[in-house]
Design a protein around this ligand. Sequence first.
Ligand code: SF4
Ligand code: SF4
Length: 123
Amino acid sequence: MALPRFNCDRCGICCRSIGGIPQLMQYDRGDGVCCHLTDANLCDMYESRPEVCNVEKMYSRFAAEMSMDEYLSMMEASCRCLKENFSRDLRNQPKSSALDAFLQKVPKASLEGLAAEVGVCQA
Ligand code: SF4
Ligand code: SF4
């Protein structure tokens, strides 16, 4: 039976938020953005990305505590939280062409309509 897959919309915000993640320190450009994130907003080492970037692989660490469905729900809540915090930070940033270029690549649904979900965030 095929395992359920994580519903990633490829917003790339997790790859722009790696500051403080020990397993990804070596990839931090210095601004929290991973050096493997391409201009097309994709990972240039996707097939060999670190385990911490692979949601399905990371399940083995949680398997004793929760089902795959529960784990994926938790991961999706975590993404919503990350997006909410990221969009909140964006609102406080001065406009710039680099920021505009990035926003063109992010699926609109990733940053819109999240205010109602703030309750899932612990920030
Ligand atoms: S933040 Fe979540 S939805 Fe966006 S790219 Fe990362 S894993 Fe996918
Ligand atoms: S290695 Fe790839 S998946 Fe992991 S943070 Fe960097 S760009 Fe994202």
